[in-house]
Design a protein around this ligand. Structure first.
Ligand SMILES: Cc1cc2nc3c(=O)[nH]c(=O)nc-3n(C[C@H](O)[C@H](O)[C@H](O)COP(=O)(O)O)c2cc1C
Length: 198
């Protein structure tokens, strides 16, 4: 499967090639690649350099039991396909600054960290499928999250698998073309809705 962006203007190779598969290969990810993914996330920018992100990772090859615990923190729909991935990851954000005021950029910055991880993954031939469909309370309990930390999203990470191994409805989605709203409806100038002349 190859589903590059149908981009209107030139973009980096990794941004063009990245997409979110549901068919993963069981092929393990080398530990040095795992370290590079997390290192890429670590070097994301953040408001006041607070680095609100934390990550919980479960590598099937390292611990089947930990992988199963992580899988139990994902909703049923996502569990159906994410179970094939060799790595599951949760991003968790620290929601307040040290002075106890709310860090309204905590989720934003955690998202930036995941974006960096995703680009690094693409460069390593890996794929990341992020998941909003996670079980927040289950994550809190399973990993004993301290107060002030909020699960942001999950991600299945691994090498690409065969779409033919997916159930029919998922296979259809896997094969469907990717789409994006055009820049003319996304980037405004003088007033809301007025397309910027790029
Ligand atoms: C924060 C976030 C949450 C997502 N949640 C889910 C999810 O729970 N289940 C799912 O199948 N896909 C999920 N996705 C994947 C999106 O549907 C996907 O990124 C989008 O359709 C664009 O496709 P592409 O990533 O292949 O370009 C999520 C993506 C993001 C960034």
């Amino acid at each position: 499967m190859h589903k590059p962006a149908n981009n209107d203007f030139p973009i980096l190779h990794q941004l063009r090639e990245r997409w979110s598969p549901r068919a993963f290969s069981s092929r393990p990810v080398p530990p040095e690649s795992v370290r590079s993914l997390l290192e890429a996330a670590r070097w994301a920018p953040s408001a006041y350099n607070t680095q609100p992100w934390r990550f919980i990772i479960a590598v099937r090859e390292q611990s089947e039991a930990e992988f199963e615990s992580a899988l139990a923190c994902i909703n049923e729909y996502n569990r159906g396909w994410a179970t094939a991935a060799p790595i599951l990851l949760f991003a968790v954000a620290e929601t307040h600054f040290e002075n106890r005021s709310v860090n309204r950029h905590a989720f934003h910055d955690s998202g930036q960290a995941i974006a960096g991880l995703t680009v690094q993954a693409t460069a390593l031939g890996l794929y990341v499928h992020q998941m909003a469909g996670i079980l927040i309370d289950e994550i809190r309990q399973t990993y004993s999250l301290p107060a002030g930390f909020e699960p942001v999203c999950g991600a299945a990470i691994g090498y690409l698998g065969e779409a033919d191994n997916l159930a029919d409805d998922l296979k259809q989605k896997e094969l469907a073309p990717r789409a994006r709203r055009p820049l003319s409806e996304t980037v405004f100038s003088a007033s809301w809705g007025q397309s910027a002349a790029l």
